[in-house]
Design a binder for this molecule. Structure first.
Ligand SMILES: [Zn+2]
Length: 203
């Protein structure tokens, strides 16, 4: 990094940590660190408090692996939502995108990653086996909606789930074709996403 020895070591350490975040290059990390220092009194204390809270008080929902503060997330606690319709997403950003589309009233399961044979990401590096175990124990007809990106990793994960399920009560569908290959669900507009969910196809 340029000018690395011009700043106090603690600022450099802050820059190094910010630089580890996705999409944050060294220049942006420098700008962020220096702008944090210029914030009014109380900002840094609030930031530190927030970081401590997410580190100690946020956990994964027992049912769906969404983030939560208790055993169950707010969606799993909501009794008005249909427990027999489960939308499988890669990460929390996809869950938020689908929630914002307003079209889905069931529950979710967050995989925290996709199986990626080419990159050495195995099922055990995600929550996919936990999902299959949960579904193989289901005792009521349940629809599984695979809302995974149209990428080779998304395809590999869908096929793995399909082959791992041994429960006739589960029907599997996938978001409508027509999503651009390699599309990131998070970047689709709400209308496109809700249409993709409504027009989902049996897998
Ligand atoms: Zn949950």
């Amino acid at each position: 990094m340029e000018n690395q020895n011009l700043l106090p070591i603690f600022i450099e350490k802050l820059i190094t940590q910010l630089n580890k975040l996705p999409g944050i290059g060294s220049k942006t990390a420098q700008r962020l660190a220096l702008s944090i220092l210029k914030k009014p009194d109380g900002y840094i204390e609030n930031l530190v408090d927030s970081l401590n809270k997410v580190s100690t008080d946020v956990r994964l929902c027992m049912e769906c692996q969404n983030y939560c503060e208790d055993d169950l997330c707010l969606i799993c606690q909501d009794e008005k939502r249909n427990p027999n319709s489960i939308c499988v997403v890669e990460d929390i950003l996809d869950l938020i995108a689908i929630e914002n589309s307003g079209v889905f009233k069931g529950k979710y399961f967050v995989l925290h990653g996709l199986i990626s044979p080419l990159n050495g990401v195995l099922p055990s590096n995600t929550k996919v086996d936990l999902l299959c175990k949960k579904l193989n124990a289901v005792s009521e007809p349940t629809e599984l909606i695979l809302s995974l990106n149209s990428t080779s990793d998304g395809d590999a994960t869908c096929h793995y789930i399909n082959e791992s399920l041994k429960n006739d009560l589960i029907s599997i569908s996938r978001l409508a074709s027509g999503l651009p290959f390699g599309s990131d669900l998070d970047y689709l507009d709400s209308r496109t996403l809700s249409q993709a969910i409504e027009n989902r196809k049996s897998f």
